[in-house]
Design a protein around this ligand. Sequence first.
Ligand code: ADP
Ligand code: MG
Length: 352
Amino acid sequence: MNIMQDKTLNTTSIEALGEFGLIDHLTNGIKIKNNSTIYGVGDDAAVLKGGNKHILLSTDMLVEGIHFDLAYVPLKHLGYKSIAVNISDICAMNGSPKQVTFSIAVSSRFSVEALEELYLGVKLACDKYNIDLVGGDTTSSTSGLVISVSILGEVDKKKITYRKGAKINDLVVCTGDLGAAYLGLQILNRENKIFKENPNVQPDLTGHDYILQRQLRPDPPVKYLEILNKMSIVPTSMIDISDGLSSEVLHLSKSSLCGITIHENKIPIDYTVMNLSQEFKLNPIVCALSGGEDYELLFTVNQKHYEKLKKDPDFTIIGFVNDKSEGNNLVTNDGGVHKLTAQGWNSMSKKK
Ligand code: ADP
Ligand code: MG
């Protein structure tokens, strides 16, 4: 009898550990054997020796029914997004993406034409970001579509930015604006539900271009690295915002052995997100903290860069690094101080 069949065993549910707890648990005790491996598990990408530069390696999987629903996600956008989310992890190390491998598991439900659509998006993203598609794997699946992408990038040794490295009193900065991708998903879910109940009603997606683009066809944060480079700024720590701002704040502070305090009134939210969140009875700040999939960057920098960053609307200073003993906090508009948790500081449905 194997471990999957033996009912007498006392087993632990995956939910009991959570995603990050599970990764820690499974990778516990792994020791690096090759001196060409500079950094293994625990950041946005692994770091490998590569001559003059460091090589970056990252991998991400997208699973139908978990990460996307083909009822409302066009295959071309899905192909584009699957490359974009991988580029984002290379950006999080301050690196440039160079090569990808693209692997799929498909069922007979997919036609050649459908997969061509998927590849149109893949090729579009690879062309836009000057990346070579150098391989992959193709296999069958009994149910949904599974996409797995691995990406290689490179980074100057002097510019590599880990999750660790934040220093007390550093500024905490994020790029772009947050919460839009989550709201995009809410619109798609709503229109899909209406369509399922009454197929004669056409989805009404007008006026939501920005929010839908942020969900369906996100662009990775490449341009921000170029701006930082021009300003001669190398962050002390960095991560991409894929799971929501609070989760990423906790990752940075955990890796950097510090605490981080952010201010509600500083979190950048687009006006379209402000307006639409009311319609969904969602607090826009909670969308930013817990929504995820924004693919912006969260980083820390020395305070000497304050003036330069303050002038540039691409960046928003949202807080500062404090001692570990002070923990991770959100200062709300009423002056209250709340401990940040991975789920955000409140439930997703809190109405303001
Ligand atoms: P991201 O959200 O940036 O893609 P993850 O949270 O998926 O990062 O992963 C965090 C770290 O854990 C990375 O270093 C990743 O390579 C590693 N990791 C994730 N899943 C596994 C696994 N099943 N086995 C080994 N390492 C893993
Ligand atoms: Mg990441």
